[in-house]
Design a protein around this ligand. Structure first.
Ligand SMILES: [Zn+2]
Length: 263
Protein backbone atom coordinates (compact mmCIF):
# COMPACT_ATOMS: atom_id res chain seq x y z
CA UNK A 1 0.00 0.00 0.00
CA UNK A 2 2.75 2.44 1.03
CA UNK A 3 4.75 1.50 -2.04
CA UNK A 4 1.71 2.10 -4.25
CA UNK A 5 1.22 5.58 -2.77
CA UNK A 6 4.96 6.33 -3.13
CA UNK A 7 4.91 5.19 -6.77
CA UNK A 8 1.83 7.30 -7.49
CA UNK A 9 3.44 10.34 -5.87
CA UNK A 10 6.62 9.84 -7.90
CA UNK A 11 4.65 9.34 -11.15
CA UNK A 12 2.48 12.43 -10.58
CA UNK A 13 5.06 14.89 -9.26
CA UNK A 14 8.65 13.76 -9.85
CA UNK A 15 8.69 11.67 -13.01
CA UNK A 16 11.51 12.87 -15.30
CA UNK A 17 10.44 13.75 -18.84
CA UNK A 18 10.16 10.57 -20.97
CA UNK A 19 9.34 12.11 -24.33
CA UNK A 20 12.76 11.02 -25.65
CA UNK A 21 11.59 7.39 -25.11
CA UNK A 22 8.65 8.06 -27.43
CA UNK A 23 11.14 9.40 -29.98
CA UNK A 24 13.31 6.29 -29.62
CA UNK A 25 10.25 4.07 -30.16
CA UNK A 26 9.31 5.88 -33.38
CA UNK A 27 12.93 5.83 -34.57
CA UNK A 28 13.34 2.09 -33.94
CA UNK A 29 10.06 1.36 -35.78
CA UNK A 30 11.06 3.53 -38.73
CA UNK A 31 14.47 1.84 -38.94
CA UNK A 32 12.89 -1.56 -39.60
CA UNK A 33 10.35 -0.22 -42.09
CA UNK A 34 7.13 0.38 -40.15
CA UNK A 35 4.55 2.56 -41.90
CA UNK A 36 2.80 4.88 -39.42
CA UNK A 37 -0.91 5.47 -39.97
CA UNK A 38 -3.89 7.07 -38.34
CA UNK A 39 -6.73 4.85 -37.11
CA UNK A 40 -9.23 5.94 -39.77
CA UNK A 41 -6.71 5.69 -42.62
CA UNK A 42 -5.73 2.17 -41.60
CA UNK A 43 -9.36 1.11 -41.23
CA UNK A 44 -10.28 2.48 -44.67
CA UNK A 45 -7.28 0.75 -46.26
CA UNK A 46 -8.37 -2.58 -44.79
CA UNK A 47 -11.22 -2.70 -47.30
CA UNK A 48 -9.94 -0.56 -50.16
CA UNK A 49 -6.27 -1.55 -50.43
CA UNK A 50 -5.81 -5.02 -48.94
CA UNK A 51 -2.43 -5.19 -50.71
CA UNK A 52 -1.10 -2.49 -48.42
CA UNK A 53 -1.77 -4.84 -45.53
CA UNK A 54 1.49 -6.64 -46.27
CA UNK A 55 3.18 -3.58 -44.77
CA UNK A 56 4.45 -3.39 -41.22
CA UNK A 57 1.86 -1.07 -39.66
CA UNK A 58 2.31 1.06 -36.54
CA UNK A 59 -0.58 3.14 -35.17
CA UNK A 60 -0.08 5.61 -32.35
CA UNK A 61 -3.30 6.51 -30.52
CA UNK A 62 -3.07 9.19 -27.84
CA UNK A 63 -6.00 9.69 -25.46
CA UNK A 64 -5.73 13.20 -24.03
CA UNK A 65 -7.31 12.42 -20.65
CA UNK A 66 -5.38 15.30 -19.04
CA UNK A 67 -2.57 17.72 -19.88
CA UNK A 68 -2.89 19.29 -23.33
CA UNK A 69 0.58 20.81 -22.83
CA UNK A 70 2.22 17.39 -22.87
CA UNK A 71 -0.13 16.31 -25.69
CA UNK A 72 1.33 19.19 -27.69
CA UNK A 73 4.87 18.00 -26.88
CA UNK A 74 3.94 14.48 -28.05
CA UNK A 75 2.57 16.00 -31.28
CA UNK A 76 5.93 17.77 -31.76
CA UNK A 77 7.78 14.45 -31.29
CA UNK A 78 5.58 12.65 -33.87
CA UNK A 79 5.94 15.56 -36.28
CA UNK A 80 9.73 15.70 -35.90
CA UNK A 81 9.89 12.15 -37.30
CA UNK A 82 7.53 12.98 -40.18
CA UNK A 83 4.81 10.60 -39.03
CA UNK A 84 1.11 11.12 -38.27
CA UNK A 85 -1.05 9.62 -35.54
CA UNK A 86 -4.46 9.85 -33.88
CA UNK A 87 -5.37 12.04 -30.88
CA UNK A 88 -8.66 11.82 -28.95
CA UNK A 89 -9.83 14.75 -26.80
CA UNK A 90 -12.35 14.71 -23.95
CA UNK A 91 -14.75 17.60 -23.47
CA UNK A 92 -12.60 18.51 -20.44
CA UNK A 93 -9.42 18.64 -22.56
CA UNK A 94 -10.86 20.42 -25.58
CA UNK A 95 -7.96 22.45 -27.01
CA UNK A 96 -9.12 24.03 -30.24
CA UNK A 97 -5.74 25.45 -31.22
CA UNK A 98 -3.95 22.12 -30.78
CA UNK A 99 -6.75 20.21 -32.50
CA UNK A 100 -6.59 22.49 -35.54
CA UNK A 101 -2.80 22.28 -35.71
CA UNK A 102 -2.99 18.49 -35.56
CA UNK A 103 -5.66 18.41 -38.26
CA UNK A 104 -3.74 20.83 -40.50
CA UNK A 105 -0.63 18.62 -40.14
CA UNK A 106 -2.47 15.52 -41.39
CA UNK A 107 -3.07 13.99 -37.95
CA UNK A 108 -6.42 12.50 -36.99
CA UNK A 109 -8.42 14.18 -34.23
CA UNK A 110 -11.44 12.57 -32.59
CA UNK A 111 -13.77 12.69 -29.61
CA UNK A 112 -12.85 10.77 -26.43
CA UNK A 113 -16.38 10.26 -25.13
CA UNK A 114 -17.67 9.26 -21.68
CA UNK A 115 -21.42 9.84 -21.62
CA UNK A 116 -22.19 6.72 -19.53
CA UNK A 117 -19.62 7.69 -16.86
CA UNK A 118 -20.92 11.29 -16.87
CA UNK A 119 -24.48 10.05 -16.38
CA UNK A 120 -23.44 7.92 -13.38
CA UNK A 121 -21.52 10.82 -11.83
CA UNK A 122 -24.43 13.23 -12.29
CA UNK A 123 -26.95 10.84 -10.76
CA UNK A 124 -24.46 9.35 -8.28
CA UNK A 125 -25.52 5.89 -9.33
CA UNK A 126 -23.85 2.61 -10.19
CA UNK A 127 -27.13 0.88 -11.04
CA UNK A 128 -26.71 -0.98 -14.37
CA UNK A 129 -30.50 -0.96 -14.89
CA UNK A 130 -30.68 2.85 -14.71
CA UNK A 131 -27.81 3.06 -17.20
CA UNK A 132 -29.45 0.57 -19.49
CA UNK A 133 -32.75 2.50 -19.44
CA UNK A 134 -30.90 5.73 -20.20
CA UNK A 135 -29.02 4.41 -23.28
CA UNK A 136 -31.37 6.05 -25.87
CA UNK A 137 -30.92 9.45 -24.13
CA UNK A 138 -27.18 8.93 -23.81
CA UNK A 139 -26.91 8.20 -27.53
CA UNK A 140 -28.56 11.54 -28.17
CA UNK A 141 -26.25 13.23 -25.71
CA UNK A 142 -23.23 11.60 -27.40
CA UNK A 143 -24.46 12.90 -30.76
CA UNK A 144 -24.88 16.46 -29.44
CA UNK A 145 -21.51 16.46 -27.67
CA UNK A 146 -19.78 15.14 -30.78
CA UNK A 147 -21.33 17.87 -32.94
CA UNK A 148 -20.34 20.50 -30.39
CA UNK A 149 -16.70 19.26 -30.33
CA UNK A 150 -16.61 19.22 -34.15
CA UNK A 151 -18.12 22.68 -34.31
CA UNK A 152 -15.51 24.05 -31.87
CA UNK A 153 -12.69 22.38 -33.81
CA UNK A 154 -14.05 23.58 -37.14
CA UNK A 155 -13.77 20.23 -38.94
CA UNK A 156 -15.50 16.85 -39.09
CA UNK A 157 -14.15 13.95 -37.05
CA UNK A 158 -13.91 10.49 -38.59
CA UNK A 159 -13.53 8.41 -35.44
CA UNK A 160 -14.26 8.43 -31.71
CA UNK A 161 -12.77 6.48 -28.79
CA UNK A 162 -14.34 5.39 -25.53
CA UNK A 163 -12.75 6.80 -22.35
CA UNK A 164 -12.22 4.25 -19.58
CA UNK A 165 -13.23 5.93 -16.33
CA UNK A 166 -13.04 4.46 -12.82
CA UNK A 167 -16.85 4.65 -12.85
CA UNK A 168 -17.00 2.34 -15.87
CA UNK A 169 -14.74 -0.14 -14.09
CA UNK A 170 -16.96 -0.09 -10.97
CA UNK A 171 -20.11 -0.31 -13.06
CA UNK A 172 -18.75 -3.02 -15.36
CA UNK A 173 -20.11 -1.16 -18.40
CA UNK A 174 -17.69 0.61 -20.79
CA UNK A 175 -18.68 3.88 -22.46
CA UNK A 176 -18.62 2.24 -25.89
CA UNK A 177 -21.69 0.17 -24.92
CA UNK A 178 -23.80 2.98 -26.34
CA UNK A 179 -22.18 2.90 -29.77
CA UNK A 180 -23.67 0.86 -32.59
CA UNK A 181 -23.44 0.86 -36.37
CA UNK A 182 -26.49 3.13 -36.77
CA UNK A 183 -25.06 5.76 -34.41
CA UNK A 184 -21.69 5.68 -36.20
CA UNK A 185 -23.42 6.10 -39.52
CA UNK A 186 -25.87 8.82 -38.31
CA UNK A 187 -22.93 10.75 -36.82
CA UNK A 188 -21.03 10.57 -40.13
CA UNK A 189 -18.15 8.66 -38.53
CA UNK A 190 -16.03 5.89 -40.00
CA UNK A 191 -15.48 3.92 -36.81
CA UNK A 192 -15.16 3.66 -33.05
CA UNK A 193 -11.59 2.93 -31.97
CA UNK A 194 -12.61 -0.38 -30.31
CA UNK A 195 -14.06 -1.65 -33.58
CA UNK A 196 -13.32 -5.41 -33.63
CA UNK A 197 -12.37 -5.37 -37.34
CA UNK A 198 -9.71 -2.75 -36.59
CA UNK A 199 -8.37 -4.60 -33.55
CA UNK A 200 -8.41 -8.00 -35.32
CA UNK A 201 -6.28 -6.51 -38.10
CA UNK A 202 -3.48 -5.74 -35.63
CA UNK A 203 -1.30 -8.32 -33.92
CA UNK A 204 -0.23 -6.22 -30.96
CA UNK A 205 -2.40 -3.81 -29.00
CA UNK A 206 -0.46 -2.32 -26.12
CA UNK A 207 -0.89 0.63 -23.81
CA UNK A 208 1.34 2.77 -21.64
CA UNK A 209 0.84 2.82 -17.88
CA UNK A 210 2.19 4.59 -14.85
CA UNK A 211 5.63 4.32 -13.25
CA UNK A 212 7.23 1.89 -12.47
CA UNK A 213 6.04 -0.52 -15.21
CA UNK A 214 5.34 2.10 -17.93
CA UNK A 215 3.57 -0.51 -20.12
CA UNK A 216 0.35 -2.28 -19.21
CA UNK A 217 0.92 -5.93 -18.30
CA UNK A 218 4.60 -5.37 -19.11
CA UNK A 219 3.82 -5.51 -22.84
CA UNK A 220 6.30 -3.08 -24.31
CA UNK A 221 5.82 -1.75 -27.87
CA UNK A 222 9.63 -1.96 -28.21
CA UNK A 223 9.35 -5.77 -27.87
CA UNK A 224 6.64 -5.85 -30.54
CA UNK A 225 8.92 -3.91 -32.91
CA UNK A 226 11.85 -6.22 -32.14
CA UNK A 227 9.68 -9.26 -32.87
CA UNK A 228 8.70 -7.72 -36.20
CA UNK A 229 4.99 -7.77 -35.35
CA UNK A 230 3.07 -6.95 -38.54
CA UNK A 231 0.57 -4.62 -36.87
CA UNK A 232 1.01 -2.57 -33.69
CA UNK A 233 -1.43 -0.19 -32.03
CA UNK A 234 0.14 1.70 -29.13
CA UNK A 235 -2.22 3.65 -26.86
CA UNK A 236 -0.57 6.47 -24.93
CA UNK A 237 -1.66 9.12 -22.41
CA UNK A 238 0.21 12.41 -21.80
CA UNK A 239 0.53 11.93 -18.03
CA UNK A 240 2.83 8.91 -18.47
CA UNK A 241 5.37 10.85 -20.54
CA UNK A 242 5.81 14.11 -18.66
CA UNK A 243 4.73 14.98 -15.10
CA UNK A 244 2.40 17.97 -14.79
CA UNK A 245 2.29 18.34 -10.97
CA UNK A 246 -0.45 20.98 -10.69
CA UNK A 247 -2.74 19.26 -13.21
CA UNK A 248 -2.14 15.89 -11.56
CA UNK A 249 -2.92 17.37 -8.15
CA UNK A 250 -6.19 18.83 -9.43
CA UNK A 251 -7.03 15.54 -11.17
CA UNK A 252 -6.40 13.59 -7.95
CA UNK A 253 -8.73 15.92 -6.01
CA UNK A 254 -11.49 15.51 -8.62
CA UNK A 255 -11.02 11.74 -8.60
CA UNK A 256 -11.18 11.62 -4.77
CA UNK A 257 -14.34 13.76 -4.74
CA UNK A 258 -16.01 11.62 -7.40
CA UNK A 259 -14.94 8.47 -5.55
CA UNK A 260 -16.62 9.71 -2.39
CA UNK A 261 -19.82 10.63 -4.21
CA UNK A 262 -20.13 7.35 -6.10
CA UNK A 263 -19.69 4.18 -4.08
ZN1 LIG B 1 -9.32 8.13 -21.49
Amino acid sequence: MLRTIANRFYADYLLPDRLHVLGTLIESALQVGYVHKTISNHFLQLSTEPKAMSELVFIHRTDVDTDCGTARKMFEVFKSFGITSTFYFRRSTLDVRLMRELHDSGFEVGYHYEEIADFCKELRTLDPMRVSNAIPDLKLRFFKNLKSMESAAGFKFTSVASHGDFVNRKLGIPNHTLIDADLISDAGLILEAYNPVLLDSLTDYTSDSAFPTFYREGRSPFDAVKRGSDGILFLSHPRHWHAAPWLNFKDTLIRLKEGLLIR
